[in-house]
Design a protein around this ligand. Structure first.
Ligand SMILES: Cc1cc2nc3c(=O)[nH]c(=O)nc-3n(C[C@H](O)[C@H](O)[C@H](O)COP(=O)(O)OP(=O)(O)OC[C@H]3O[C@@H](n4cnc5c(N)ncnc54)[C@H](O)[C@@H]3O)c2cc1C
Length: 271
């Protein structure tokens, strides 16, 4: 018996060909394929056709007023890129937190965000930096903002016959923080990203707190802000009925983790 379910592998060499392969039935796009293969080995995913996009180009990291990361750019490439590290440090730090070098050398930033799994390390930065997904399908290109991109648990707004060609991240001047918490598994239980812009406005984003990512506005906070646990815990109370409660962590523990990690990030940013 084969470990992988039987599927037809398509290897288009340009974007147009890739889009045409997406038409019809049970087709799955693979970029780094770290999730597609894992889910197929576990027979959770049983595609008829896998369209690998590794040969269609889209390998550039473009830095201007914004950062644009194309579909075949790996997490390693972003984590190591000098300009990204200097000018978009939250994006580079988030990428460097994913898994280990082996996974990061294969897995793409786009695949990580499109995955929309509750433990995604890249999604907080995508939300905080007013990201956009550029997608192309049979009816042409369009853009989807980060806040409209996540439409349900593990579900994103691009249609099955559309390919995400790149993600953009807006440049934000100010202070930032990123952290995560994981225990025995390779996957984080929770990821937290924080941005304070030059006017002192603070936004925080989570993955792993609820089934879908969260972006919260914490209002204006001074850079010497201290002791935020209670404030953050109160703010998160509104989400308490939606907080994930599973074998990896109870809802109460997740809320506690989110509050502690956010408070630490807020305090750390001012130092
Ligand atoms: C051991 C291990 C540890 C891990 N640890 C972490 C971790 O700490 N944090 C974390 O966030 N993740 C973690 N992951 C998950 C990993 O980051 C994701 O599997 C990876 O980022 C997905 O990228 P990929 O290019 O391999 O995507 P693929 O597996 O190729 O695709 C993932 C999904 O996105 C879709 N997709 C990919 N590219 C496109 C595109 N251009 N357009 C439309 N749809 C597309 C695919 O159809 C599929 O549904 C871990 C995975 C492993 C195996």
């Amino acid at each position: 018996m084969s470990l992988l379910p039987n599927f037809k592998l398509e290897l288009p060499t340009d974007l147009k060909e890739a889009i045409s392969e997406l038409a019809g039935g049970n087709v799955v796009i693979a970029a780094g394929a770290t999730r597609v293969l894992l889910m197929s080995y576990m027979h959770i995913l049983r595609p008829e056709v896998v369209v690998s996009i590794r040969r269609i180009g889209l390998r550039e990291i473009k830095v201007s007023d914004e950062l644009e990361v194309e579909a075949n750019v790996t997490l390693s490439a972003v984590a190591r890129n000098e300009r990204v590290r200097k000018e978009f440090p939250l994006v580079a730090a988030s990428a460097s937190h994913v898994a280990d070098p082996l996974v990061r050398n294969k897995a793409t930033v786009v695949g990580n965000v499109v995955n929309a799994v509750p433990y995604s390390s890249m999604v907080p930065a995508f939300l905080l930096m007013d990201g956009k997904a550029k997608v192309v399908g049979p009816s042409g290109p369009r853009e989807i903002s980060a806040k409209d991109f996540f439409v349900g648990p593990l579900e994103t707004a691009q249609r099955p016959d559309e390919l995400v060609t790149s993600l953009t991240f807006r440049r934000v001047e100010g202070e930032w923080g990123f952290t995560e918490f994981r225990t025995d598994s390779q996957l984080p239980i929770i990821n937290v990203g924080v941005l304070r812009n030059k006017k002192g406005k603070v936004r925080v984003a989570y993955t792993g707190l609820t089934a879908m990512p969260n972006l919260l506005d914490l209002g204006t906070m001074p850079s010497d802000f201290r002791g935020g646990y209670r404030e953050v815990r109160n703010i998160l109370q509104d989400l308490s009925t939606q907080v994930l409660d599973d074998l990896r962590s109870s809802a109460e523990y997740r809320l506690h983790l989110a509050s502690v990690l956010t408070a630490r990030l807020l305090e750390g940013m001012g130092r």
